[in-house]
Design a protein around this ligand. Structure first.
Ligand SMILES: C[S@@+](CC[C@H](N)C(=O)[O-])C[C@H]1O[C@@H](n2cnc3c(N)ncnc32)[C@H](O)[C@@H]1O
Length: 326
């Protein structure tokens, strides 16, 4: 789970029929049907958790613990084409982990691929402070690596975060949804997959970004429901008052755009959304320009902040705000 998103991840898991237990810094403990868990859109990855009352990883080499580990790896690998396994742990290249790897390889027949093994075993101290835990990832790739992602671009949004943004902005079948600065289309795809909508529109001024978005929409099977428009967001020609939900993952000024451009773009997006938003419009914005966002929000009176969440995204800590007209 991405840091900051626990309340919504919990809600989604409960709606999927899972029993949700303790919350940890980077995850939730859940119990439920595997298929339902693997369909969660706000979960970055799903792991099978094994707790071991041992003082250090060396003790995992004991017979009983090895049997549990082997059974877990076999259960996870059964039916899924993993090419190998690897450990994600402090000291993963130590003699203890090499021995563990040999034992697991011999018992399961799965090769140990320390660099690119798809079956990931995270070994770490139990956050409850009682021994160690091993987390076995259930899928070869994290859930945030969506199968619809056939085209990626610098600054492309993490799909798990996009799904969270869509949930926070609200999803209704009658929504006329607009994604300003849609880039590779992450928010548009995630909104289309979240349920029916009256209309789904993405705008970007970059032709290559739109080609990329088109490819992703096609791969997701939602292209026919979406409209892409090449335009500067300040001059779209779209009907005033025509949208119920507007979202934008603004340029962060590092991989995409520049801080100088952002000084214009951030306030402009509020103006544009004010013009294009229907009565009751919900506006969700994500940006890493934290001080600029503060300043822009403070210097206007048309929008009030309904929700303000700081999230973690690839080493950044952007803010996700949901605004309503004051
Ligand atoms: C951070 S990226 C969006 C990434 C997108 N969410 C994705 O997942 O690929 C910002 C996008 O804003 C677009 N952009 C920047 N200024 C714009 C403007 N004035 N009008 C339209 N698009 C703009 C850029 O071309 C870029 O694709």
């Amino acid at each position: 789970m991405l840091e900051g998103l626990a309340p919504w991840a919990r809600q989604e898991a409960q709606e999927a029929g899972a029993e949700v237990g303790a919350e940890r810094a980077d995850g939730l403990r859940v119990r439920g049907p595997v298929e339902a868990l693997l369909s969660l859109r706000l979960a970055a990855a799903v792991y099978l958790r094994l707790g071991f009352a041992v003082p250090r990883p060396r003790a995992l080499l004991g017979d009983e613990h090895l049997r549990r580990l082997t059974a877990a790896v076999r259960a996870v690998a059964g039916g899924t084409p993993f090419q190998g396994f690897r450990f994600a742990a402090a000291g993963a290249d130590s003699a203890v982990f090499r021995r563990l790897a040999d034992e697991l390889r011999d018992a399961t027949g799965l090769p140990h691929r320390p660099d690119d093994g798809e079956l990931v075993l995270r070994v770490r101290p139990d956050p409850d402070g009682s021994g160690w835990e091993v987390l076995v990832r259930l899928t070869p790739r994290p859930l945030s690596a969506r199968s619809w992602r056939v085209c990626n671009r610098a600054g492309g949004l993490n799909a798990t975060l996009a799904a969270a943004m869509i949930r926070l902005a609200g999803v209704g079948p009658g929504d006329r949804f607009l994604n300003l600065m849609c880039g590779s289309g992450t928010l548009l795809v995630e909104r289309a997959l979240a349920g029916p909508a009256a209309s789904l529109t993405g705008v970007d001024h970059d032709a290559d970004a739109l080609l990329c978005a088109e490819a992703n929409l096609e791969a997701a099977g939602v292209a026919a429901r979406c409209r892409l428009l090449r335009a500067d967001v300040r001059e779209t020609g779209l009907s005033p008052g025509g949208f119920d939900v507007i979202v934008a993952d603004l340029p962060w000024g590092d991989a995409v755009g520049s801080h100088a451009d952002n000084l214009d773009v951030h306030p402009a997006v509020l103006d544009v959304a004010d013009r294009l938003g229907a009565p009751g419009v919900r506006l969700a914005l994500l940006t890493h320009e934290l001080r600029l966002l503060e300043r822009v929000l403070r210097s206007q009176r048309r929008w009030r902040v309904d929700l303000d969440v700081q999230v973690a995204h690839g080493g950044h800590h952007p803010r996700l705000v949901v605004l309503r007209r004051a």
